[in-house]
Ligand binder design. Structure first.
Ligand code: FMN
Length: 325
C-alpha cells in the first residue's frame, strides 16, 4: 500500500494533508479531533496583531480612567497572547502531529516578541499570515514588499523554529518575492491565502460579505504558481491552499510540486471526517498508478518537468474565443 509520509519545514508528516489556519484549529480539543480524523499537521488559528490592538482600543474607549490606557493595552495584549500560548501548550500535550502556530501581521513592531513566546510554548513552526492592502498611491510595490521582508527578518532573528509565510497572489512577480523570502532563510511559503472580500447589496445599498468558503474552481491560481515556482525555487518548501476540496485537488497540487496541501472550506462544508475520505482516495489513486511514495509523483507536472510548460504561461482565451464563436 502507498506510503503517504512526507516532510514539510523539516517536520515529519504522516501524510501531506494539513488543516489550515481557521476556527477549526482554535483549541486543543479540536486539534486532537483533527489528529484522530487523520490530519498530517495543523496550522492554528491566527493570532491577529490587529485584533489585539482593536480589543485593547475598545476597552480603552470604554474606560472611565484615561490613565488606565497603557495598563489596559498591555493587559489585553498579555491575555490574548497567554490564551494563545496556553492553547499551543495544551495542543502539544494532546497530539503527536506537528502544531504550526500562526500570526497575522502587517508590521515588524510590538508583536514580534510574541514569536519567541510561541516558540517557547512548543510550537513546531510559525506561519506568518501576511496581506497588506496598499491604500495609497504615494508608495510603490518595492516599499510595500519591504514591509514583508522587515517582518520576516525580525522574526527570523528571534526564533529558530521554521517559518512559513502565507501570502496572497497580489504581487507583480511572485517568483522574485519568494526568492527574496528564500534569501532570508524562510523555510516555507503557503500559496495563496483566500480572504474576506467586501461585496455590495444593491437592494439595501449596504455592504455585505462575499462567500466565506471556496469552491474547487478556486484552486487554479495556486496551481499555476505552485507549478511554476517548483521549477525556480531552491530550498523553500511550498504548501498549497485554496480550493482543495478532494483527493483530486490534493493530487493536482502535489503533481504541480507542492510539498503539502492545506484544507479548510471542505471541512466546514462537510465535516472533519472528509480528511479520511481524501486520504483513502489518495492512497487508492497512488496504488492504481503504482506510486509507492509521494516523492514518486511530486512535481511530475511542474513547469519544467512537463513537456508543455506553455500551459502554465498561457493566460488569454484567444484560441477559445474563436472556437466558441
Ligand atoms: C472561517 C475561516 C477562518 C479563517 N481564518 C484564518 C486565519 O486565522 N488565518 C489564516 O491564515 N487563514 C485563515 N483562513 C484561510 C484558510 O486557512 C485557507 O487558507 C483559505 O480558506 C483557503 O483554503 P480553502 O479553500 O481550503 O478554504 C480562514 C478561512 C476561513 C473559511
Amino acid at each position: 500500500m502507498a506510503n503517504l509520509e512526507t516532510t514539510y519545514l523539516g517536520l515529519k508528516l504522516k501524510n501531506p494533508i494539513i488543516v489550515s489556519s481557521s476556527g477549526l484549529t482554535n483549541s486543543a480539543d479540536k486539534i486532537k479531533k483533527l489528529e484522530q480524523a487523520g490530519a498530517g499537521a495543523v496550522v492554528m488559528k491566527s493570532l491577529f496583531e490587529e485584533q489585539i490592538n482593536h480589543e485593547a482600543g475598545r476597552m480603552i474607549d470604554e474606560s472611565e480612567y484615561p490613565e488606565a490606557e497603557e495598563y489596559i493595552y498591555n493587559y489585553v495584549k498579555e491575555n490574548s497572547v497567554s490564551e494563545y500560548l496556553k492553547t499551543i501548550k495544551e495542543a502539544k500535550a494532546a497530539v503527536k502531529i506537528p502544531v504550526i502556530a500562526s500570526i497575522n501581521c502587517a508590521s515588524a513592531k510590538d508583536w514580534t516578541g510574541f514569536a519567541k513566546e510561541i516558540q517557547e510554548a512548543g510550537a513546531d513552526a510559525l506561519e506568518l499570515n501576511m496581506h497588506i492592502i496598499p491604500v495609497t498611491k504615494s508608495r510603490g510595490p518595492v516599499e510595500f514588499e519591504q514591509l514583508y521582508f522587515d517582518i520576516v527578518e525580525k522574526v527570523k532573528s528571534l526564533i529558530s523554529i521554521p517559518v512559513a509565510v502565507k501570502i496572497s497572489y497580489h504581487f507583480s512577480n511572485i517568483l522574485n518575492f519568494v526568492h527574496q523570502l528564500e534569501a532570508r532563510k524562510v523555510e516555507g511559503v503557503v500559496l495563496f491565502n483566500r480572504f474576506y472580500e467586501p461585496d455590495i447589496n444593491i437592494d439595501t445599498l449596504k455592504f455585505s460579505t462575499s462567500k466565506i468558503f471556496s469552491t474547487p474552481d478556486d484552486i487554479r491560481h495556486s496551481l499555476r504558481w505552485i507549478g511554476i515556482l517548483n521549477s525556480f525555487k531552491n530550498r523553500i518548501e511550498v504548501s498549497a491552499t485554496t480550493g482543495i476540496h478532494s483527493a483530486e485537488g490534493v493530487i493536482k497540487m502535489l503533481l504541480a510540486g507542492a510539498e503539502t496541501t492545506q484544507i479548510c472550506s471542505i471541512l466546514y462544508k462537510n465535516d472533519i471526517n472528509e480528511i479520511g475520505v481524501i486520504l483513502d482516495e489518495l492512497t487508492k489513486w497512488m496504488d492504481e498508478k503504482s506510486f509507492e511514495k509521494i516523492g514518486d509523483f511530486r512535481g511530475l507536472l511542474s513547469y519544467k518537468s512537463t513537456k508543455h510548460p506553455a500551459v502554465y504561461e498561457r493566460a488569454q482565451f484567444m484560441k477559445y474565443f474563436s472556437k466558441v464563436e
